[in-house]
Design a protein around this ligand. Structure first.
Ligand code: ADP
Ligand code: MG
Length: 364
């Protein structure tokens, strides 16, 4: 590895001596690209109920990708509610009965889930599962609008305070019978953190991965340029509203436009407001979070979607560890001040208007 880099540098140096300035730069760049391409490794896999794509540049890329896939499967076997003996399935099966033992990652993801719940006044609620299931969103069965009575019976089972974690014993308990945890809003973000750490530990300095649209960027492109990540147009899957130019962070979007069903001409999506038991309906089409913390980006993308623009902006103003891009039902694309510095809006054929929201003051 080292030898190859030195060789590439030496060749660049030789080029810089023998060729003219512009040409020289181009030649050197081509050479670096060639070197980078030789180390390009890609993988597509299906896990956590979604498609996952990995691209990385490293001479041991094949082995590293195998390790990454194993890590994803390990986390899935702990967190999945469709795998019967996963730790989360056991926690749910013992609701109202007794505590279950947790391994390090399950304890950590539950703690992160509770913490984001507290930060967002329970807009993010990993105990929302009984309600999500009543809508039919986690099962293969028919999706339908539950009766008001069903929702009223289930909502008291969705408080994250009733998920009790005993850190000393590494155990957790759901105190009420019928409670259940669903990590659908955080598991992929948490997995992104773990995968990014794994790749970096193995020496990867350039890579990009997508866990079902949850993007993780390692370093920059091999040529030192930033990665470009598009923010999808929620009204048209073949279009995007702009590009984020990023390095070394996570970009995670939540919206009501990907998983939904229709009943009596009305659309119902899979992100539930625990105040009402109904799909969140606060005027947003999507929320994209950019952060160095993958679990937080995932949890917040869901939470801010539930909260709506005004509350979401308030939370952003009192935080310093994430930026956001909101797309509203009334046709606005709104970037937080920090995000605006690396987001390029593209109106093109869509009719969105672009605005920037400042740390202090209003929307511009
Ligand atoms: P996706 O996983 O589809 O990319 P999200 O990260 O927004 O989207 O997570 C949505 C999933 O999280 C739902 O499918 C459901 O399992 C769960 N969920 C729904 N509403 C909430 C909520 N208010 N808080 C936490 N999780 C939720
Ligand atoms: Mg999320």
């Amino acid at each position: 590895m080292k030898r190859k880099i030195i060789m590439a540098m030496l060749l660049c140096f030789t080029f810089s001596v023998v060729v003219g300035c512009a040409e020289k730069r181009e030649e050197a760049q081509n050479l670096l690209n060639k070197y980078a391409d030789a180390n390009l490794h890609e993988m597509t896999t299906f896990a956590m109920d979604t498609v996952m794509l990995f691209t990385l540049y490293h001479e041991d890329g094949e082995e590293i990708l195998t390790d990454a896939e194993q890590e994803i499967r390990r986390l899935e076997s702990l967190f999945s509610v469709t795998i019967e003996d996963s730790e989360i399935s056991k926690l749910n099966a013992h609701s109202g009965l007794d505590s279950v033992k947790l391994s390090g990652d399950t304890e950590e993801v539950l703690k992160r889930g509770k913490e984001i719940g507290e930060l967002t006044n329970q807009a993010f609620d990993i105990a929302i599962s009984p309600v999500v299931k009543a809508w039919g969103f986690t099962t293969d069965g028919e999706k339908h609008v539950p009766t008001q009575e069903t929702l009223e019976n289930l909502l008291p089972l969705t408080s994250i305070e009733d998920l009790v974690i005993d850190e000393n014993a590494s155990m957790a308990k759901l105190t009420k019978k019928g409670m259940a945890v669903d990590l659908g809003g955080i598991a992929k973000g948490y997995a992104s953190d773990k995968i990014a750490s794994l790749l970096k530990e193995k020496g990867v300095t350039s890579g990009l991965f997508s866990l079902g649209g949850n993007i993780g960027a390692i370093g920059t492109k091999p040529n030192g340029e930033n990665w470009n990540v598009a923010i999808e147009n929620p009204l048209n899957a073949n279009d995007y509203v702009g590009l984020l130019s990023i390095q070394d962070c996570f970009v995670i979007t939540s919206g009501g436009y990907q998983r939904y069903f229709e009943e009596n001409g009305k659309r119902y999506h899979h992100i539930i407001d625990s105040n009402t038991g109904y799909p969140a309906d606060k005027g947003l089409l999507s929320v994209t979070i950019i952060s160095k913390d993958g679990a937080k980006a995932d949890g917040l993308s869901t939470a801010l979607f539930v909260m709506g623009l005004d509350q979401a902006v308030q939370l952003w103003r009192s935080s310093n560890d994430f930026e956001a891009v909101f797309i509203t039902e009334d046709g606005r694309v709104i970037a937080t001040e920090g995000a605006a510095s690396f987001f390029s809006f593209e109106g093109r054929d869509n009719d969105f208007k672009y605005e920037i929201v400042k740390r202090r003051g209003g929307v511009q």
